[in-house]
Design a protein around this ligand. Structure first.
Ligand SMILES: Cc1ncc(COP(=O)(O)O)c(C=O)c1O
Length: 426
């Protein structure tokens, strides 16, 4: 059997880890079979315990824009770890990465580092509530901002597989303060904010959604969102945990020319180490302890090894890097979509530069309802298995984005393109 060792390890994993995984999206629940147990990664490839190699398009859920084990990142981590692992004090590493991030994302005037994207969004929401003295939060159907209680309603990513895209164990009063609206729907947004304007603390959005497949917000919708939140004194939070440093150093806010009040980051800024960050307007950030009365803390926040490795990664992400990666992705998507059109195949690749997803219909997908209607279901399972057999590792869940890194070659993308064409032809 080609994956015998993986299967043996996974059986052991199931005895000690819940479902054999530490995050539900890693399970193969939606695609069948046993999850592979990976041994190591190099560049664009992952290797399992049976020494099979896979070209990786999951890339630790978007974190590895430089691929696996980039030498600069590894060296920075090694050199830093030799000095000690955690000090519980301010370090130069934190200062330098914060300086880099605030230069690249000017709306982040002050930054606070945390250990995950979830911590970043939940803390940003607490801060917005503390700053405004209001309770309500507005989010959008199908966006995923981590596993914070108040956000687990109509959520995308792995939560989408649960009833009402929510979770058990959340007291009703946590989501009583949450309003979830359809994505890209300006009239509904206008009406809702006008009705609740004095009670809404913040609106949080993935400005390009990546957790219901990839859906860029329309520029008009985001612009209207910015105007309305400014008019009503509502804090606008861009969750750029997935999009931050993905297509350019300034994120979606630079692409669209729209400035949020707060921004959440994660994934890429840690170069594969656990991290999150939030930051924004100085007057809002100054409400955080120790300067203000909103409390948020962390034993390992700003860990020097993470900060140094993250900065080593970010320093490689210059204009030439993005140009090459984005051009390569545009050519790939054009090739596949051209083929689907020519062959009259009801599918398309939706993409925002190097963030992509497959849709099982021709019509564009604008919101969560569309995304569910365009899901592949059983066809996604067959596609996933087809690619896995061809040595290609895609996200093991429909409606998750797949990612391309700077070390994926034209040849890698050519192979993915051929496999997709072959699958859809049959
Ligand atoms: C947009 C977005 N926000 C927040 C999160 C949560 O980040 P983490 O898994 O690091 O807690 C994710 C994770 O996928 C995400 O995609």
């Amino acid at each position: 059997m080609r994956t015998q060792h993986s299967q043996e390890y996974f059986q052991q994993a199931q005895k000690v880890l819940v479902g054999g995984v530490n995050s539900p999206v890693r399970s193969f629940k939606g695609v069948g079979g046993h999850p592979l147990v990976m041994k190591y990664g190099r560049g664009a490839k992952l290797y399992d315990y049976d020494n099979n190699s896979y070209t990786d398009y999951c890339l630790s859920w978007g974190a590895l824009i430089l691929g696996h084990a980039h030498p600069n990142v590894i060296l920075a981590a090694k050199k830093t770890v030799e000095k000690g692992t955690s000090f519980g004090t301010t370090t130069r590493e934190e200062i330098e990465i914060a300086q880099h991030i605030t230069r690249c994302v000017p709306s982040m005037e002050l930054v606070r580092f945390v250990n995950s994207g979830t911590e970043a969004t939940m803390s940003a929401i607490r801060l917005a509530r503390g700053f405004t003295g209001r309770d309500l939060l507005v989010k959008f159907d199908g966006c995923y901002h981590g596993h914070f209680d108040d956000l687990l309603t109509m959520a995308g990513s792995g939560v989408a597989q649960l009833k009402r895209s929510s979770s058990l164990g959340i007291p009703q009063n946590h989501t009583d303060n949450t309003i979830s609206l359809p994505y890209n729907d300006a009239p509904t947004l206008e009406e809702t904010l006008a009705r609740h304007k004095d009670r809404v603390a913040c609106v949080i959005i993935e400005p390009v959604a990546g957790n219901m497949g990839v859906i860029p917000a329309s520029p008009e919708f985001l612009k209207r969102l910015r105007e309305l939140t400014k008019q009503y004194g509502i804090v606008l939070i861009f969750d750029e945990v997935m999009t931050g440093f993905r297509t350019n150093p300034g994120g979606v806010q630079a692409d669209y020319g729209i400035t949020p009040d707060l921004t959440c980051l994660g994934k890429i800024i840690g170069a594969g180490f656990p991290v999150g960050a939030y930051g924004g307007r100085e007057d809002i950030m100054q409400c955080l302890a120790p300067l203000g009365g909103v409390y948020q803390a962390g034993t390992f926040a700003g860990n020097p090894v993470v900060m140094r490795a993250g900065l080593a990664g970010l320093r490689l992400l210059n204009a030439a890097f993005y140009q090459r990666l984005n051009d390569r992705c545009a050519a790939f998507a054009e090739d596949i979509n051209g083929y689907f059109q020519a062959q009259d195949i009801p599918a398309h690749i939706a993409h925002y530069q190097s963030m992509m997803s497959i849709r099982f219909r021709k019509k564009p997908v604008l919101n969560y309802a569309d995304a569910q209607a365009a899901a592949g279901g059983e066809r996604y399972t067959r596609l996933f298995q087809h690619l896995l057999n061809a040595g290609i590792y895609w996200p093991p869940a429909d409606l998750e984005a797949f990612f391309v890194s700077g070390v994926h070659t034209r040849k890698d993308l050519g192979q993915l393109s051929s496999e997709l064409k072959e699958f859809f032809k049959s």
